[in-house]
Design a protein around this ligand. Structure first.
Ligand code: GLV
Ligand code: MN
Ligand code: MN
Length: 436
């Protein structure tokens, strides 16, 4: 007989709280017209205050580490047994939806509430990461990189569009960059588990509420600049122009057609700026971003090289110059096999078929996996829509995820293999994630 999620009225009421809390956080925005909450922006303070209020009945007082991550520990029965990290991110893309990130912060809060004071043989640390999207500084995963200690001097000096460095941003938020090393995850971390919306159409097409992520695809992010010559739009004949924006447009269409020809490859030019940016001036410079993803690291690297070489050919033919810089070059990351199997068992216990799937989106779990066994649970995304205000979740799917999370905590509490795993190598890769 096919499994179907059991209706659990308590989980359903907790699910309603999770959804309304995500929607409440969505009011804390840098933009009045839509949700935009970037790394260490003022509305992050509002999020931290709201989460602290929701944690008060649990007698948990969160702290904010020097990277702006909110950290909150629910103690276990046994101080020596280690801790399970649960979390996701609080930053958003521009014009965002309410659930990408916050769902993975507030669903664990519901799991803590569901324990009703019961202590588990391990502590649970809730982590609300300050940065995952890469919007403000062009570099993603700043929050999770602080937990794994993957940053350097060059990282502190990166600047946002207003010329503010990461170091200054940390100070302006009221934090001390010198304390960043204290943000590293505790040595007794046993594992990291992240709940997240799928952000794609697969679970909906299969009519499934949840998915167990087996791997997260690799991604490359680059900045690409075509430089030509600005000149008068009325007096410069068409054959005497060095139009950087026209070259960029030609390349963008090439990126789209090249990616469509390679199975499984996705490539996106997500932003473009033309300079000087006036109706009657031929653009002398066009700055673009390129995002390339594939589950095979070799195919991704070859594709990036090919797309850059095509940009160089277009630039040469039009007498322009081309510059590019790589901001992120992250390999595909396998999720931990033990945890993923445990998640599948928990899904079945919640009445939900266990479906394994890859993630095309990047997640904090891919950074944490370098230090600790990591796994992810996806929730169906209605319409496959994400990175858009129409992003949503279904109440029954959130209830099913809470039920699944409750079973997972019980299983891990009874698992000698899990409880003895402090300091043991993860089955996922343990190399330092390159920052590009
Ligand atoms: C995160 O949302 C990503 O770009 O994958
Ligand atoms: Mn996102
Ligand atoms: Mn996300």
């Amino acid at each position: 007989m096919a499994l179907s999620p059991t209706f659990n009225p308590i989980a359903t009421s907790r699910a309603a709280d999770v959804i309304s809390r995500c929607q409440a956080l969505a009011h804390f925005s840098e933009d009045s017209a839509g949700l935009r909450r970037t790394f260490l922006s003022p509305p992050m303070h509002d999020c931290h205050r709201a989460i602290a209020e929701w944690l008060k009945p649990l007698n948990i007082t969160p702290t904010i580490d020097a990277a702006g991550n909110l950290r909150a520990v629910y103690p276990g029965t046994d101080d020596t047994a280690g801790r399970l990290l649960l979390g996701s991110h609080l930053d958003t893309v521009p014009n965002a939806g309410a659930f990408d990130g916050p769902l993975g912060v507030l669903l664990p809060v519901a799991l803590l509430e569901q324990l009703e004071g019961e202590r588990l043989p391990f502590a649970i640390e809730l982590v609300a990461f300050s940065e995952e999207e890469g919007v403000r500084f062009g570099t993603p995963f700043i929050g999770s990189c602080a937990l794994v200690g993957n940053y350097d001097e060059e990282f502190f000096n990166r600047r946002d569009a207003n010329g503010i460095s990461i170091r200054q941003a940390i100070q302006e938020f009221g934090l001390d960059p010198a304390q960043l090393s204290a943000a590293r995850m505790s040595d007794d971390a046993l594992a990291y588990v992240e709940f997240h919306i799928e952000q794609g159409p697969v679970l909906e097409a299969l009519n499934l509420p949840l998915g167990a992520v087996e791997a997260i695809v690799g991604q490359s992010r680059l900045a690409v600049t075509f430089t030509g010559k600005s000149n008068h739009a009325g007096t410069t004949p068409m054959n005497a122009r060095r139009d950087a924006l026209a070259a960029a447009a030609e390349w963008m269409v090439t990126v789209e057609s090249e990616a469509s020809r390679t199975a499984g490859l996705v490539a996106t030019v997500g932003s473009i700026q033309a300079h000087p940016g006036a109706t009657n001036v031929i653009p002398g410079e066009a700055r673009l971003t390129l995002d390339v993803r594939h589950k095979s690291d070799a195919i991704r690297s070859q594709s990036v090289q090919r797309l850059i070489s095509l940009a160089q050919q277009i630039a040469a033919r039009r007498a322009l110059t081309l510059n590019f810089a790589t901001f992120l070059n992250h390999p595909a990351v396998a999720m931990d096999t033990f945890l993923t199997a445990q998640i599948e068992t928990a899904m079945r216990a919640a009445g939900c078929p266990a479906h394994r799937m890859p993630s095309g989106a990047g997640h904090d779990a891919m950074i944490l996996a370098s230090r600790v066994p990591a796994a992810m649970i996806f929730l169906r995304s209605p319409g496959g829509i994400s990175h858009d205000p129409a992003e949503s979740v279904l109440l029954e799917d959130v209830a099913c995820a809470i039920d699944c999370g409750g079973h997972l905590l019980k299983q891990l509490s009874a698992s000698p293999e899990f409880l003895q795993s402090v300091g043991s190598p993860a089955t996922s890769q343990r190399t330092d994630p390159p920052r590009g």
